[in-house]
Write a protein that binds this ligand. Sequence first.
Ligand SMILES: Cc1cc2nc3c(=O)[nH]c(=O)nc-3n(C[C@H](O)[C@H](O)[C@H](O)COP(=O)(O)OP(=O)(O)OC[C@H]3O[C@@H](n4cnc5c(N)ncnc54)[C@H](O)[C@@H]3O)c2cc1C
Length: 379
Amino acid sequence: MVNFELSKEHQELVAKTKDFADRFVRPVARQHDLSCEFPWSVVQKAYDEGVINGAIPKAYGGAGHNSFEGCLASEELGAACSGIGICIDANNLALTPLLVGASDDMKKRVFGHLVESRGLAAFCLTEPEAGSDAGAVSTTAVKQGDKYVINGKKRFITNGKQAIYHTVFCNTDPGRGARGMSAIVVPADTPGVIIGRELPKMGQRASCQVEIEYKDVAVPLDNVVGKENQGFLIAMKTFNRTRAGVASAAVGMAREAYETAKKWSLNRRQFGQPIASFQAIGFMFADMLTEITASRFLVWNAAILTDQDKEVGTTSAMAKYYATDVAMKVATNCVQIMGGDGYSQDYIVEKIMRDAKLSQIYEGTNQVQRLVVAKNTLK
Ligand SMILES: Cc1cc2nc3c(=O)[nH]c(=O)nc-3n(C[C@H](O)[C@H](O)[C@H](O)COP(=O)(O)OP(=O)(O)OC[C@H]3O[C@@H](n4cnc5c(N)ncnc54)[C@H](O)[C@@H]3O)c2cc1C
């Protein structure tokens, strides 16, 4: 029988993550949004409380969440502050290529050192000339003796400045385009790793994105994840797994905006009655609740398919674009419902509106997600 109720263990995970978010994330969310200061102390608390590295199996020192459990946790972090949430969750994106393709030895080596150092990792795919067209990366990794020598530039790299490991997508066989791409693990302290400009941005301002230049960066040949030239496949398999996490954080953002506006509009009175009692407003709440609920079930569907090792490309793309579009729409509506209060920084909904916009763009824009769904369904 299909059952949408969470098990006792799942409820405990939600409660644990919510408790972490209430104690350490919510109280500082606005402060980090305004200052753009990296939330190092929250990241360290996430290590203390076991709320980071969810995707890393327990055997390697992580929390060992499956995709469904990861989504439950991401929704709570997304609700509290998606900017701080991605500082914590970016480790899952950076490390999933290793889960997908690396040898046991490499996982032990990298995960072990990362967890022991209580460190961060960065997923380094996007380049100035390779955004949506991810297969067009021009960063090269050339074999010289027992090393790869990496040269190229990346941009928009989340946690790139803070990370101790970079998972860098390089071209190892330039004539073959996407089929010549490899994922290579680069320790950030390797000579030639140059951290550049920080991206000034609209939302999720607690998080930090940088440009990175790799200038004659030499790493051992066994730092390649899986086999050479499998990098594009590894990146796509990674996104199939991680997009449900982005989508569930968006469900959290939408939920938080909805709850804030609901509380406000039950109290705020105009024309002698609560704002919530006007039918035009009530219908907006009805639509928002329906769409948030639909998003959550679509996200859970993608996560469950991932956990069952079934084909998830179409469903995870649907979940990503639907949930993030809903988050943007809900946040915008909540600002509207709350009028001047909604637009002011006295309430969180204006921040969520700015934060939600980003979720429609990163980990593949929503146009690209629609391309994936259209291509798969129109075969
Ligand atoms: C804050 C932030 C954090 C990020 N973090 C990371 C990270 O950690 N690691 C990483 O590697 N990358 C990261 N990215 C990069 C992100 O994944 C890219 O920005 C995204 O994939 C889009 O690429 P682009 O910005 O180059 O846009 P472009 O590819 O230049 O696209 C511009 C517009 O054209 C549209 N478009 C492009 N191609 C098509 C098409 N075929 N059909 C229809 N429309 C199309 C796009 O949807 C978009 O609206 C981050 C970006 C941001 C802003």
